[in-house]
Every structure is written in structure tokens, then in C-alpha cells.
Design a protein around this ligand. Structure first.
Ligand code: SF4
Ligand code: SF4
Length: 176
């Protein structure tokens, strides 16, 4: 039979105060008090910030709200290939495809509807990585609030890039 090492704890050696955990509780309260005083009087070296008055500077490649990019003529670059929908681990992308009458040899379809449920999204960026057309990228916009679940499901109009791409606060995207 295999030997297993065990540790025997002798609780009988603890006094009454030890068994009531008085010193452990007082020690815990002392730690809490120390942090309280440090937060009150040592504001410079605390990790928390006074949001929303104070904002953190996030990385250039922050994974924020998605953007659907467009071609020069304003049409979506998305060719409804379902690569992003397939790669999404949260199942939060829903695409309905239709045939594109303007199609060239490069693509056949376009997105009739393209929705992302931002409440399900975990902002992993897999959809951006999967897109072969650089049609889906991410902004650095991470402050989102919704009053209903339906509001969190955003479609083409909300996701479409408005104006020149240089004006967007771009976040995670393929390396061009
Ligand atoms: S960021 Fe991740 S979870 Fe969100 S839509 Fe893209 S693949 Fe899905
Ligand atoms: S991977 Fe890109 S091109 Fe394909 S459906 Fe998604 S956004 Fe459109």
C-alpha cells in the first residue's frame, strides 16, 4: 500500500482564546483599519482611481466595442463568410447572409443583418482575428451601459464605422 504523508493538528494545545479566534479576528480588523487609513490619507499610492472624474489610459490595442469597416463606396467590407460567428466562443454574433448583386470575383455574399450581443460578448477579439477581410475591428470604447437586453444587441447601423477610420479611437485590430 502506498505511503501517504499526513499532518496531525493538535487542537488541544490551543487555549480558550485561540479557539475563539479572538487574535485572528483582531488581526484581520487591524489589516482593514490599516487599508482604510491608507486610502483616506495616502491617496497617492493607492491602486484605485476616482472614476469617472479620473480615467485610466488604456492600451492602444484595448478590446472595446466592435466596428464594421466599409469600402470606399460606403458598402460593408463584410462578405458574410461566418468566420467570426464560428470563431466566437460566446455565440454572440448572428449573421444573416444574402447574395450581393455587386459581387465581384472576390466575394459573393453580403450581410443582410449582422448583430452582436454585447452582453454576451467577452471581448476576446477572436472574431477580429478570424476575419479574412479586415471587416471587423475593435474600438477602444469600453464604457457601455444599457437599460434593456435588447439595447445591447447592436446591428449594422450601430457597428458601422462612421467617417474616416483615422477619426476612430481604434483598439484591437489586425496588424496592417
Ligand atoms: S470579441 Fe470574442 S466574444 Fe465578442 S464577439 Fe468577438 S469573438 Fe465573440
Ligand atoms: S469574418 Fe469578417 S467578413 Fe466574415 S462574416 Fe465576419 S466580419 Fe464578415
Amino acid at each position: 500500500m502506498k505511503n501517504v504523508s499526513t499532518v496531525t493538528v493538535d487542537t488541544s494545545r490551543q487555549g480558550v482564546l485561540g479557539r475563539l479566534y479572538i487574535f485572528a479576528i483582531l488581526g484581520g480588523l487591524a489589516v482593514t483599519l490599516r487599508h482604510l487609513l491608507r486610502n483616506l490619507f495616502g491617496q497617492k499610492d493607492v491602486a484605485t482611481i476616482q472614476y469617472p472624474e479620473e480615467r485610466r489610459e488604456y492600451s492602444e490595442r484595448t478590446r472595446g466595442r466592435h466596428i464594421l469597416t466599409t469600402r470606399d463606396d460606403g458598402s460593408l467590407r463584410c462578405v458574410a463568410c461566418y468566420m467570426c460567428e464560428t470563431a466566437c466562443p460566446a455565440d454572440c454574433i448572428t449573421i444573416v447572409a444574402e447574395e450581393d448583386p455587386e459581387a465581384t470575383v472576390e466575394w459573393e455574399k453580403k450581410a443582410l443583418s449582422f448583430e452582436i450581443d454585447l452582453l454576451r460578448c467577452v471581448f476576446c477579439g477572436y472574431c477580429v482575428d478570424a476575419c479574412p477581410k479586415q471587416a471587423l475591428i475593435m474600438s477602444r470604447q469600453h464604457e457601455m451601459a444599457f437599460t434593456t437586453r435588447d439595447e445591447a444587441v447592436v446591428g449594422i447601423e450601430e457597428l458601422k464605422q462612421k467617417g474616416p477610420i483615422e477619426d476612430e479611437d481604434l483598439g484591437y485590430r489586425p496588424y496592417y
